[in-house]
Design a protein around this ligand. Structure first.
Ligand SMILES: [Zn+2]
Length: 378
């Protein structure tokens, strides 16, 4: 039923259309013309008013058995860069680039799989519920498309996000994430002429960072300091530095505790670096901003969404397992908005690097699993 040659050529067409964050319109219009030809109704929301992109989210509906509860299939249109002037290197079932750009299988493999799933269902007249196909924009910059989606356009209350690596794993959970921005203000001064009249903001920040435990904090929690920016010249004591980091956890209390702990280290460091100039006390200051990127979700392994995949896998003699994810995806936002969603893999490997590649066989497995799920949906 699944036509691997067609899946491959669709996928390669998608790879050739550049779709960076905020520049997804060309890909959206190509995909929507395919969906229209298949007979789906198409809607585009106005999420781009918030994302600043050239198109909103693409939401298409395949009508189906109204007696069955609708189901959502989701992937994202945007890719990380560079992807312009892509040159593909194909060896049997393995597709990669020549090494000069990112492949963009994240998440064009998900899109290609969804298109093949719909084609097979339609041409074989397989029983199916109404299917909401949701292709989001600006996923890679903080799930902005999903966050700003017009949810009145989606009927489904359950769904599958195709945005992971192995097709043989169902990702049933993802953590909370806080993003942290810290601005440290010291006091600028000439490093050679007035070395004792400055407060070095880089040193204040470094002192704090050195005391923050990062990496795997406990089984459920991770933390990272990822960006540090500051200073203007070697002869100037830097008066300002910006530090960005994040905390993730499956436990909201641990998430907040670690977030506060990081803040405390910066405040503690400020106290250490205060100085006296001409009888006046100068102390560095810190501005701490925390943004909740997304909330965690956990789907029970006995949930119909998971059980159905396992049933289909066993009928296809495939071995699969469930796993908790370590990152955020559109699924976090869908779950928050009341669409119970798990994440499936469409085969992408080494994502966000120029060595990204995919094995077509993995895409075929993903398509087979989801055709089985949708055509047996009750
Ligand atoms: Zn992705």
């Amino acid at each position: 039923m699944v036509r691997k040659d067609r899946l491959k050529s669709t996928f390669m067409e998608l790879l050739r259309i550049n779709s960076p964050v905020r520049g997804e319109a060309a890909l959206a219009s190509y995909v929507s013309s395919i969906l229209k030809d298949m007979g789906l109704s198409i809607l585009v929301d106005s999420a781009n008013r918030k994302t600043g992109g050239d198109t909103g989210n693409l939401i298409a509906n395949l009508s189906g058995d109204e007696g069955l509860s609708p189901i959502m299939l989701n992937a994202h249109l945007d890719t990380v860069e560079p992807t312009k002037n892509i040159v593909l290197d194909i060896e049997g079932d393995i597709i990669r680039t020549d090494g000069n750009s990112i492949l963009g299988a994240d998440d064009k493999s998900g899109i290609a799989c969804i298109l093949e799933i719909l084609r097979v269902i339609i041409e074989n007249n397989l029983p199916h519920p109404p299917v909401d196909v949701v292709f989001t924009v600006s996923e890679e910059i903080g799930l902005l498309g999903a966050k700003n989606m017009d949810y009145s356009m989606i009927k489904a209350k359950v769904g599958y996000t195709l945005d992971a690596c192995s097709p043989f794993e169902v990702i049933v959970g993802a953590p909370y994430q806080n993003s942290i921005t810290v601005e440290v203000r010291g006091k600028e001064s000439h490093a050679g002429c007035e070395p004792s009249k400055g407060i070095n903001a880089i040193k204040v920040a470094s002192n704090a960072i050195a005391k923050i435990t990062t990496g795997q904090i406990d089984r459920e929690t991770t933390a990272n300091i990822g960006v540090i920016k500051g200073g203007t010249a070697t002869n100037i004591i830097p008066g300002y530095v910006e530090v960005k980091g994040e905390v993730r956890s499956y436990d909201e209390k641990k998430l907040e505790r670690k977030t506060r702990e990081i803040e405390g280290k910066f405040e503690g460091s400020c106290k250490l670096f205060q100085i006296e100039i001409d009888g006046n006390i100068f102390a560095p200051t810190v501005r701490y901003e925390v943004e909740r990127e997304y909330n965690a979700f956990k789907i029970d392994k006995r949930d119909e969404l998971v059980k159905r995949v396992f049933d289909v896998a066993s009928s296809l003699n495939m071995k699969i397992l469930t796993r908790l994810g370590g990152g955020g995806s559109d699924a976090n936002i869908f779950n928050e908005k009341g669409i119970r969603t798990v994440i499936m893999g469409a085969g992408m490997k080494n994502i966000h690097t120029k060595s990204e590649y995919i094995n077509l066989e993995d895409m075929v497995a993903c398509v087979q699993l989801l055709i089985g799920v949708i055509s047996s949906w009750r």
